[in-house]
Design a protein around this ligand. Structure first.
Ligand SMILES: CC(C)[C@H](C(=O)O)[C@@H](O)C(=O)O
Ligand code: SF4
Length: 473
């Protein structure tokens, strides 16, 4: 009997069931790859030790240092100076846990270190069809490869360390179909901000989103990662994209990807990973990418976003009114021209090589407005090396920006990189929650191009003015 049509998510889910879900109990699913970092793993290891348990599959576990790590430049071999005793302890605890349990760690001396969601793909650890978890909500990033990837809590990190399995209720499915191509000056970040604005912060709650359609197929892997990264900001459990030639080209030759004949065999398997043509989704949404403008947020939630050349809407709830009051923005008043204090180019959303290129294309031959601070923080050591090899660091430095060491940095301000109370920061990260970038800091989420154009203008700016001019030349 032919099997019923299934979505890509359902295919990956079915292939990983150890024990099916029943009315009373969630399913038990097998986890192919467990990524860990210093913030959400210490208690999980403590629990493991308290029960005398070993790590079940150290070879399926991979660790990095990213959240608490200082990004101030330092000479090779010099130990970093941490922002707090807590930050230092988190890092040193993970170093000790990895040594004790024989877990590979991209630590301080590793050329592979970086933000967990940047290095998984870079190293070829992230592969189509896998189940991937990490004690981190932006694990959805890895879904760009056609993997089922989602964040888990610290208790679950302990479960996965001990058993390589996870208890999960089966999520529902949503397809976001993207037609049309993005115009000059409009990027993947603008697309996902527009999608989140459309869905709302909780609009995809309980769902796994599959992004599909010509507008998605046209995206590079790095752009697809930017889109999948922010799925969680619409409340989704995960976001994924069916793997294709773009995916396979990206993976070929990566350190942990299969090699030679094994790669060809894997590719043939991966090519099967797509939703059946008549597969049914619990929800469907359509977006036309060709109609989008660069987006910026005007509130304290990622769904409070609008075209950069528009203004915040009149509040229809107390939440919106409070958000506007926090940001100091007024409905009907142009967002363009709002004076800014700082710009942050970084995070697992937008700190890959293509993001830095996008920002550098705007900065080249221009200067950061005096009085504005600009931090450029590459997502990984590999991104930093590649950017330096093509002179992007020089473009940023010459413009007056700070070129930093890799890490999460001002995305979450756990490492000492933060803004001052009241400052307005244009940021390429993914969360504009009140105080996330420092107490009282007001965050405007934007693309690397918009952030760079704003740094030059000293105010929220439209990158199309610069980019269309250079395109026409
Ligand atoms: C620290 C970590 C648990 C957190 C997350 O889960 O996402 C962080 O990465 C974030 O972006 O807020
Ligand atoms: S860069 Fe930001 S969003 Fe990404 S993992 Fe780090 S803190 Fe979380």
């Amino acid at each position: 009997m032919p099997s019923p049509s299934r979505t890509l998510f359902e295919k990956i889910w079915d292939a990983h069931i150890v024990t099916p879900e029943t009315g009373d109990a969630p399913a038990l699913i097998y986890i192919d790859l467990h990524l860990i970092h210093e913030v959400t793993s210490p208690q999980a290891f403590t629990e493991l030790d308290a029960r005398g348990l070993k790590v079940r599959c150290p070879e399926r576990t991979f660790a990095t240092l990213d959240h608490a790590t200082p990004t101030t430049p330092r000479a090779p071999g010099v130990r970093p100076v941490y922002a707090s005793a807590a930050a230092r302890q988190q890092v040193e605890t993970l170093e000790a846990n990895c040594r004790r349990h024989a877990i590979a760690l991209a630590g301080w001396d590793s050329p592979d270190r970086g933000i967990v969601h940047v290095i998984g793909p870079e190293l070829g650890l992230t592969q189509p069809g896998q189940t991937i978890v990490c004690g981190d909500s932006h694990t959805s990033t890895h879904g760009a490869f056609g993997a089922l990837a989602f964040g888990i809590g610290t208790t679950e990190v302990g479960h996965v360390l001990a058993t390589q399995c996870l208890l999960q209720r089966k999520p529902r499915t949503m397809r976001v179909h993207v037609d049309g191509e993005l115009r000059v000056g409009v990027g993947a970040k603008d697309l996902i901000l527009a999608i989140i604005a459309e869905l709302g912060a909780g609009g995809a709650a309980g769902h796994v989103i599959e992004y599909a359609g010509p507008g998605i197929e046209a995206l590079s892997m790095e752009e697809r990662m930017t889109v999948c990264n922010m799925s969680i900001e619409a409340g989704a459990r995960a976001g994924l994209i069916a793997p294709d030639e773009t995916t396979f080209r990206y993976l070929q030759g990566r350190a942990h990807a299969p090699k030679g004949a094994a790669f060809e065999a894997a590719k043939a398997r991966w090519a099967q990973l797509k939703s059946d043509p008549d597969a049914r989704f619990d929800a469907e949404v359509r977006i036309d990418a060709s109609r989008l403008a660069p987006m910026v947020t005007w509130g304290d939630s990622p769904d409070m976003a609008a075209p950069v050349d528009s203004s915040p809407p009149a509040p229809s709830s107390s939440k919106m009114a409070e958000a506007l009051a926090y940001m100091g923005f007024k409905p009907g008043e142009a967002l363009l021209g709002e004076k800014i204090d700082a710009v942050f180019i970084g995070s697992c959303t937008n700190a890959r090589l293509s993001d830095l290129r996008e920002a550098a294309a705007v900065m080249a031959g221009r200067c950061v407005k005096p009085g504005v601070r600009m931090l450029v923080v590459p997502g990984s050591e590999a991104v930093k090396r590649a950017a330096e090899a093509e002179g992007l660091d020089a473009i940023f430095r010459t413009a007056g920006a700070e070129w930093r060491e890799p890490g999460c940095s001002m995305c979450i301000a756990m490492n000492g990189d933060s803004g001052r109370p009241g400052e307005l920061v244009v940021s390429t990260s993914n969360r504009n929650f009140a105080g996330r970038q420092g107490k009282g800091v007001r965050t405007v989420l934007a693309s690397p191009a918009t952030a760079a154009a704003s740094a030059v203008a000293g105010a929220i700016a439209d990158p199309r003015r610069i980019l269309e001019a250079s395109h026409a030349q």
